[in-house]
Design a protein around this ligand. Structure first.
Ligand SMILES: C[S@@+](CC[C@H](N)C(=O)[O-])C[C@H]1O[C@@H](n2cnc3c(N)ncnc32)[C@H](O)[C@@H]1O
Length: 260
């Protein structure tokens, strides 16, 4: 069922005003690492197609695969971000389940992407995700995933949403190794202060997919510009002005401690 009142951009997290930027950042990361139109991409937890709206037109027909349990969210993405003409032209493949399974799909992937998935998933779910990656990543392929680093890894069993969960990077390295794969952190920025890791079957692949320092610097600059544009827009909003005034009044009346 499509929920008409759910905002497909707001639902996938971050500020909806950064939806375009976060999609572009994923797309730029993949193309800088060498993604070409004739390669195959699997977008795990593709949601409302934040990255898909750029990847679907770029890739050749049938080369974009999106996996997400939330069929209605993907449909909203298709309707609002992609449109019927592009859908017919590019024929992206969508699979819906929460078990990190691709069913009949036999395609080896060059790039697998999971943006803001480990930031909500349990250890068991990450292991299932990594098993799917181990089964479907091509020999020279690469898996890119974002996560929130923390001193302790989330030990719960449930998917947590919209709140976030953290993992120790050493635990992610261990989970990748349990599936016969290698993991390395990369410096690519994330608008939500998440970190990116790349995971490959062979250690040599990790070295082959290195990012240039200059590329990272430019990406960081673009992320800072996007964040300050958002800040300027928020602070110019009259509602924000009223909230600041109410806060000052409450402080004056002794209801709120002044900011340190
Ligand atoms: C924070 S959103 C990120 C969506 C997308 N990757 C993006 O960059 O906008 C998390 C997504 O994970 C999906 N999800 C939840 N459980 C999942 C599961 N078991 N397997 C795959 N995706 C899942 C949600 O439906 C949602 O679309």
């Amino acid at each position: 069922m499509v929920w008409p009142r759910r905002n497909h951009r707001a639902f996938v997290g971050s500020n909806p005003a950064l939806y375009d930027f976060e999609g572009a950042s994923q797309f730029n990361l993949l193309t800088l690492l060498g993604l070409r139109e004739d390669q195959y991409v699997l977008d795990i937890g593709c949601g409302s197609l934040r990255a898909g709206r750029l990847l679907i037109p770029y890739l050749q027909r049938g080369h974009y695969y999106g996996l997400d349990p939330d069929r209605s969210l993907v449909l909203q993405g298709v309707k609002n971000e992609v449109g019927d003409d592009l859908l017919k032209l590019r024929e992206p493949v969508f699979v819906h389940n929460a078990d990190f399974k691709l069913g009949q799909v036999q395609q080896p992937f060059d790039f697998i992407l999971a943006n803001s998935i480990f930031s909500h998933a349990s250890r068991e779910q990450i292991l299932l995700c990594l098993r799917l990656v181990a089964e479907t990543l091509g020999g020279n392929g690469i898996f890119l995933a974002s996560y929130y680093p923390g001193e302790k890894s989330y030990a719960g069993e449930a998917w947590v949403y919209p709140e976030n969960v953290c993992y120790r990077s050493t635990d992610l390295v261990e989970m990748a190794a349990l599936n016969g794969m290698h993991l390395a952190e990369i410096a690519w920025p994330h608008v939500n202060d998440q970190r990116w890791v790349m995971i490959a079957r062979h250690e040599e692949s990790l070295a082959r997919f290195r990012l240039d320092d200059q590329d990272v610097l430019l990406a960081e600059q673009a992320a800072r510009q996007a964040a300050s544009k958002l800040y300027r827009e928020i602070t110019r909003d009259p509602v924000y002005g009223w909230l600041v005034r109410i806060r000052a009044l409450l402080t004056e009346l002794g209801f709120k401690k002044p900011r340190a």
